[in-house]
Design a protein around this ligand. Sequence first.
Ligand SMILES: C[S@@+](CC[C@H](N)C(=O)[O-])C[C@H]1O[C@@H](n2cnc3c(N)ncnc32)[C@H](O)[C@@H]1O
Length: 209
Amino acid sequence: MRFIKRTLKKFFFKSGEYWEKRYKKGGNSGAGSYNELAQGKSNFINEFIQEHGVKRLLDYGCGDGNQLGYFKVEHYLGVDVSQTAVAICREKHKNRANTAFLLYDPRTFQSDAARFAPDLTISMDVIFHLVEDAVFANYIRELFGSSKKYVVIYSTNIDRKDEGIHHVDRSFTKYVSDHITDWKLVKRVENPHKHKDTNCDYFIYARKG
Ligand SMILES: C[S@@+](CC[C@H](N)C(=O)[O-])C[C@H]1O[C@@H](n2cnc3c(N)ncnc32)[C@H](O)[C@@H]1O
């Protein structure tokens, strides 16, 4: 009986609903968005911004905005699938200049992103939460399609399904090299802060040619 219940739960699981419920109940983006893990991620992104002269950053799956508190960039757009997360971010960062948040909407994402024209899009601690294959495929297409120059991904990169209902690790680099042909993986940087709460590394992509 428990097996059937678990199988049905997995079958009907929707990642977007999971996050909206989690934030609505007062939950946050998770351990990776706080303290030394958040600091480590933003150190990496801030150095990248400096080194490559990035002016416009689109953060796809921005969460509750705690991570943003550490970023140093001129123009920032955060997009999330949870309307509660977007509301929390808007309140938290209402005094921050050149900063905006949008609820993810598949009908308008591409035009919103094109208007913002980011030279860098980032995906931090999101990919392994994209449980449904179609959601994952769409997210990857939009993450790459919306950036003018660079994409930085902070994620695991193995195929594994046993980490809990809202967690599916994927070999996303293989998927990207098979499906996103106008981008190349420039560098993989091992995360110096790996511990029980994270197994992610950094993956830097650039547009070809
Ligand atoms: C673990 S949190 C990470 C938040 C933030 N990127 C960080 O590093 O602190 C994952 C976030 O991804 C968002 N998310 C999940 N699926 C998404 C999707 N398909 N499109 C946009 N955001 C999504 C969730 O709502 C959640 O806020």
